[in-house]
Write a protein that binds this ligand. Structure first.
Ligand code: C2E
Ligand code: CA
Ligand code: CA
Length: 598
């Protein structure tokens, strides 16, 4: 009997390199209340070529040691005091992390009952005690081979033969456990094929698979084979298919001082290779990829975190950097985080009473009289502090929250202006900024009418400021809307004039009343003699067209003096006053009137 087993061992154990490697790296854990048994097992296995062992004689701590050690195989004695082998087996199979661990049970009992019980509990194999060396070797080998096959199936992408996402996760976990991954020593480069779905949709998924396979070959060529040529082994990079049309390159960047530029060079090479089309049926298919990278470090150490940060880097890729790949940095999410905070804060800003208006005077250039004001929105958030509209208005626009917010501004501005007209300045006019989303609202005109009605402000005292691009985006609809508003007596002003893409003559098609010359033109006025030919030309033309004019951002005496030489207009700017809260603004209006009356 013994000789039969020995012969079989000699024949079967034609150990190839892969098998030897498997044996050497396998961590074998033994649980037996008799330490001598484990010493014997270890001795036998040592002779075969196994090197890594963990022995536990106290069955009560078996589970915690298992969780800490994560062995490849467990040799488990069934017959132990306190906690029996069967109980441990049951716990293993119920444990999320350990449930697939191969377990070979050792039993001196010949009872079929016990064996059946062990199988029921999930034992993978048996070894009768006392253990025969050759049988031990064979059972151990078979278990490991079965295990490695399963591992291979689980870790390799069947389409491209590349390691998959799980393989990358395990690779990282293993290297972390062995202390081989330090902060910023490695990076994941994410390579995403753009609009791969259209290839699948137009040629069918079988052809789509062909493209993926061919793409994976180019990837291999650019990284694994290039690295092998460079330093004789492709070990410094792991090329993986992360799923679908997404691939990854996990690269060791400490390998040599120029590892990062080598990596960028390889990516450039890859991009170059993509200039060649993929032949699909009789067509040439070109593919584009997005690339982003993320360093492995203490905050980014799982595959999920690496991918997510690489995605962020991909979105933030700087085309002008000259490199194919941008690395993730914390500021990228800081920016996104802040946008999210702003969005969340804005949702309750009205009910939190966190919004308020400031007013910047519009002044008659010739007389110095304050004729009206522009209402400018402010937001003081409990968490974010004071925010500039330059920062939060775009968020409000993107999320359509500008509609309710704009309505609030309109109501508030109309009420405060009506008040001022009643108490201080009977001819006072108020200007309110309007966003494109507001104008697009079907009921926008009704909202405006309602605000006028509830405040008692006459329509001739209200000006709506719109930017030129807003009107040009949807010309026909805009013409109708603006005409309707003007019919009600409301004035329309073109804000930031000169920064958009319309021309003065074209603007004449729209029913508008006023042009606001953008601050950037006024800023260029540095002397009375030179002035600004552009400002002069615009003012002359607007004057001919019968439009009133407002110069924005007048900051200096010279700028004011220059526009005083042009046809009559109004101005706004720090030279007269910054935007003020309502009470301060009212004081300014009173002082202005007293000064002019004196
Ligand atoms: P805008 O309509 O062009 O407003 C003029 C901006 O220039 C204001 O900035 C004002 O404070 C600033 N300004 C005025 N005079 C001077 C000056 O002499 N020098 C300089 N450097 N700046 C001056 P603010 O208040 O930060 O508003 C920025 C933008 O936010 C506005 O540009 C407008 O587009 C938008 N905005 C403000 N309030 C509202 C609102 O209620 N609704 C909408 N839709 N947009 C608003
Ligand atoms: Ca404005
Ligand atoms: Ca403006």
């Amino acid at each position: 009997m013994n000789s039969v087993i020995t012969d079989a061992t000699d024949q079967a154990l034609e150990l190839d390199d892969e098998m030897l490697c498997l044996m050497r790296s396998a961590k074998i854990m033994m649980v037996d209340d008799e330490p001598i048994n484990m010493r014997v097992l270890q001795l036998h296995l040592n002779v075969e070529g196994y090197e890594r062992f963990v022995s536990v004689s106290d069955s009560t701590i078996a589970m915690s040691v298992l969780r800490a050690e994560k062995p490849n195989v467990l040799l488990l004695d069934l017959n132990m005091p306190e906690v029996s082998g069967l109980e441990i087996l049951e716990q293993i199979r119920a444990d999320e992390e350990l449930k697939r661990l191969p377990v070979i049970v050792l039993t001196s009992s010949n009872s079929e009952d016990i064996k059946f019980k062990a199988l029921q509990c999930g034992a993978n194999d048996f070894l009768p005690k006392p253990v025969h060396a050759s049988e031990l070797a064979l059972r151990m080998r078979n278990t490991l081979v079965a295990r490695s096959y399963e591992q291979r199936i689980m870790h390799v992408d069947s389409l491209t033969d590349l390691p998959n996402r799980l393989a990358l996760a395990d690779y990282i976990e293993q290297h972390v456990a062995n202390n081989e991954l330090g902060a910023d020593s490695h990076a994941l480069v994410l390579i995403n094929i753009h609009r791969f779905k259209t290839i699948n949709d137009s040629y069918g998924s079988a052809r789509g698979d062909d493209v993926l396979w061919a793409f994976s070959q180019r990837l291999r060529l650019a990284f694994v084979e290039a690295a092998a040529e460079e330093h004789g082994s492709g070990d410094s990079v792991l090329v993986v298919r992360l799923g679908g049309d997404r691939f990854g390159v996990f690269a060791n960047l400490l390998e040599n001082p120029s590892a990062q530029s080598v990596l960028q060079g390889q990516l450039t090479q890859l991009l170059k290779s993509l200039e060649q089309p993929f032949a699909v049926e009789s067509s040439d298919v070109y593919i584009n990829v997005g690339i982003g990278a993320s360093y492995f470090n203490t905050t980014t150490k799982t595959v999920e975190a690496l991918i997510s940060h690489a995605e962020t880097a991909m979105r933030n890729h700087d085309q002008n950097s000259g490199y194919p790949c941008t690395f993730f940095s914390a500021e990228m999410t800081d920016g996104a985080r802040r946008l999210l905070d702003i969005e969340n804060g804005l949702r309750t800003a009205i009910e939190d009473n966190a919004l308020y208006l400031t007013y910047q005077p519009k002044v008659d250039v010739q007389t110095g009289l304050i004729t009206g004001a522009e209402a400018l929105l402010r937001w003081r958030d409990a968490k974010l502090g004071e925010l500039s509209p330059v920062e939060f208005i775009p968020v409000a626009e993107a999320t359509n929250m500008i509609v309710p917010i704009g309505l609030w501004v309109l109501e508030q501005a109309c009420h405060q202006a009506a008040n001022l007209r009643r108490t201080v300045a009977p001819h006072f006019k108020i200007a309110v900024n309007v966003s494109v989303a507001q104008l697009a609202e079907p009921h926008f005109t009704d909202f405006v009418l309602a605000a006028l009605k509830s405040s008692g402000l006459p329509s001739r005292a209200l000006t709506l400021e719109l930017t030129e691009n807003m009107i040009m985006d949807d010309v026909e609809a805009s013409i109708a809307k603006l005409a309707a508003l003007r019919e009600l007596g409301i004035s329309i002003s073109i804000d930031d004039f000169g920064t958009g893409y319309s021309s003065l003559s074209y603007l004449h098609r729209f029913s508008v009343d006023q042009l606001k010359i953008d601050r950037s033109f006024i800023m260029q006025i540095e002397s009375l003699e030179v002035g600004s030919p552009i400002v002069k030309a615009v003012v002359m033309l607007a004057n001919d067209l019968g439009l009133s004019i407002v110069a924005e951002g007048v900051e200096t005496e010279i700028q004011l003096a220059y526009i005083q030489t042009l046809p009559r207009m109004e101005y706004q700017g720090y030279y007269m006053s910054r935007p003020l809260i309502a009470t301060e603004f009212e004081k300014l209006v009173i002082v202005n009137m007293q000064k002019l009356a004196a």
